[in-house]
Design a protein. Structure first.
Length: 238
């Protein structure tokens, strides 16, 4: 009888120890899984606007296509005495190095848009680093200068994307105003309407080398200057 009693007690304790061990294993597994997917520490933050105390605007052009419209865009900027920031992808810059050099010769800033124009939100931190570094290497080979600004393709900015740019010492550039110049049926007047009423000190304006943007740019620059805005690069704006 006593033997049966102690056997039951022993089995009960064994069951408790087994349950505790299982919980410990599950807890460690959960910790390990979450640690591997933890939100990266944010050493940098996305920048949406420059100095609000300065009456200046930065026009930015992200580029992975549209080279046929860039001569008109560069000419309009030159005639207005305006500087802008261009973010070409590495793969585009490899095909059009002379246009990249022309931007630089015109006093414009060259930023990094990555190498291959992926969806950064779908990549890991390390994969984003590799794409940014590849774009950097391409641009440095053409310009001899290391970019200091990064603008993500599609404006995607999940924590691992921002963290990857921060790891490499980049400022992560977004925008204050999106002109929507890449959307179907956008007209030059739509671009003017998207910028002029919303413009403010330190605004960063997103543009692309599109036909509507190239046609709208002379009037856009004229109206911004009439309102007293200096037209500068993003780095100058910051």
């Amino acid at each position: 009888m006593y033997v049966l009693y102690y056997r039951r007690q022993w089995l009960r304790r064994l069951g408790i120890l087994a349950a505790a061990g299982l919980l410990l294993v599950l807890g460690f597994t959960a910790w390990y899984w979450l640690a591997g997917r933890a939100v990266p520490a944010m050493k940098t933050q996305p920048i949406y606007q420059g100095d609000p105390g300065r009456k200046a605007v930065a026009l930015t052009f992200t580029i992975d296509w549209g080279e046929e419209y860039l001569p008109a865009i560069l000419q309009a900027l030159q005639q207005a005495g305006a500087r802008a920031t261009f973010f070409p992808t590495g793969q585009w810059a490899e095909r059009h190095p002379d246009l990249v050099r022309e931007m630089l010769a015109g006093g414009h800033e060259i930023g990094n848009h990555g190498q291959s124009h992926p969806h950064p939100d779908n990549l890991s931190r390390e994969e984003n680093r590799r794409d940014i570094q590849a774009g950097e290497a391409t641009l440095m080979a053409i310009t001899g200068k290391k970019p200091v600004l990064y603008s993500p393709p599609y404006g995607e900015s999940k924590p691992q994307v921002v963290a990857a740019a921060g790891d490499l010492g980049y400022k992560f550039i977004m925008w204050t105003i999106n002109t929507g110049d890449y959307l179907p049926n956008t007209r030059p007047e739509d671009i003017l309407a998207s910028v002029i009423p919303k413009c403010q000190n330190g605004a960063i304006v997103l543009l692309h080398p599109t036909e509507p943007a190239s046609k709208a740019l002379p009037e856009l620059l004229k109206q911004l200057k009439e309102r007293g805005y200096a037209l500068v690069t993003v780095s100058e704006l910051l």
